[in-house]
Design a protein around this ligand. Sequence first.
Ligand code: ADP
Ligand code: MG
Length: 614
Amino acid sequence: MSPSASSARIAVLPELVRDQIAAGEVIERPASVVKELVENALDAGSTRITVELEEGGVKLVRITDDGIGMPPEDLALAFEAHATSKLTDAADLDHIATLGFRGEALASIGSVARCRILSRPRGELLGAEIVDEGGRRSAAREAGGPEGTSVEVRDLFYNTPARRRFLRTTATELGRCLDVVQRLALANPGVGFVALHDGRRLFDVEPEMDLRARVRRTFGAELSEALVEVAAADGTTRLAGFVAPPRFARRDTARQMWFLNGRPLRDRVLSRVLKEAYRGFLVEGRQPVAFLALSIDPSAVDVNVHPAKAEVRFRDERRLFGFLVNRLREAVRSTDMSTPGERLSELAFRREARESGVRSYSLPLAPRDDDAPWVRPSTPQAPAATTGGPASVREPRHEHRHVHGPSCEHTSPRPPPSDARGDDLTGPYLRVARTYIVRATPDGFEVLDQHALHERLTFERLKSEYAAGGVEVQRRLVPELVEVSPAQARLVEEHLEALARAGLELARFGERTIAVHGLPARMKRVDVEALVRDCIEGIERAGSTPGAVDVVEEVLHSAACRASVMAGDELDDDEIRALLETAREAATDQTCPHARPTRVRFTLADLERAFHRR
Ligand code: ADP
Ligand code: MG
């Protein structure tokens, strides 16, 4: 036995060490301090919360609220571990309605920083303060201050250098803190927020601003005006918020926000819900943008599964999933899916700017719509945004849209571009590179991708045939044989039934061969081998998610693609007109089944801007 092992004894850890260990779970960086303290302020019923930061929050985080405050006797307990006013017995864990409940945030923070709380309960004449420096707590003593609470956290991790080393640059830490504030601000309409860094105001929302106005303040007018509202209920479960048109999708999920009973959360089930709702409207690898508030009876959710409470467990997950996907999908369908030429010219400007070395950068932290009348000019402008250069070309674009008052509840989603009125679909058509068709519209012109458009229309028709009971099949006298790998042959075999419902009558024919007996009647000049390979790929893709619907949809995609007019095919005027007429009737014709646009529109306004007429 080694000496160190023999001297080791089980001992109950001193309280400070316990708190520091707990802090490791909850407090990772300044942003976690901001999150815990703002949540406390929200739990205290505040309507205005101010977040002051210095050096990215490492030097100082101070949160001031106008909530109920704490009487001196409570204040004395605030830094004690497991001291909470929000939970009294285990039964309460079943219906948690507050953001906090574990009673460990303040104790944890107190053990790794120099903290001070000043609080004056509503209606009291005097307040009190208490200090906790790395676990050394003072008694509560009388102190003056406004009603509400102010919690100050200085020199985070000053006594735990190992933790401090994990902190990143000031800009990174600040960015994370702001992200927390913005998410909580989006989650809590009715509460005003102000965030300052080294005395400079970086973000603010007024209490009365609704969710759309908050999105606008945080992410700009273009996004907020394109959002489509969702409001639905299933029993006591309510869903409210906004989805963005697919073209706003991003590589990351930074603008995908779910709020559950006022709590921002990242949850795998909810991410899947959105993925499902945007299926077929998004290119692979893109994440939809949405802001959705879910209100569920607290007893139907378990929030006590994760220390930072970012994940939850739903009681009736299946039903919830179905309800959410259906309602969201409807909303996504009604977003404006057209690809405005305006956006292309904007992209072109940016590309020009990049190539000429001029960067049209904007302050990453400042709200983008700085011309809104109720925004106080608080951050200095980035120089490039005001000097001539590509950025200034972009300026006037949204001017005509700033007709709304402070909160934009009147903004309705832009109506889908009307080709119904005054557009008779007669040519002339200009064919470009045997792929694109250009035609005049009543208010400009549009460019169509003949393959993408035809593909979407074929897909919709196959889908409706499928929904109506089955896709019409053309059987073959002699089956065509396609060589595949044994694993792929097995995969096809597993899904024969789903494939047949989609109009593909296949059979396994030996170890590594598939026999094709029948195909959708709608398919004309088909490359059978390519179709089978596409389908296998589709099944492999869909394989990770359960349910035959995925497989059928993938197969219909492949069939539509292989059965459609190709880029390079010559179309005559009648064929083009027939295509456009079918498109007019179809509900979804703005993107192909793989979510590429089928048409790009240029309005007169776009042309006027492009030619600097305005
Ligand atoms: P929890 O939020 O899980 O209860 P905390 O450690 O975050 O635990 O806070 C401990 C207690 O301190 C809370 O339960 C609450 O009673 C009180 N408290 C903390 N912050 C505030 C505040 N801003 N206003 C009023 N009371 C507060
Ligand atoms: Mg708390």
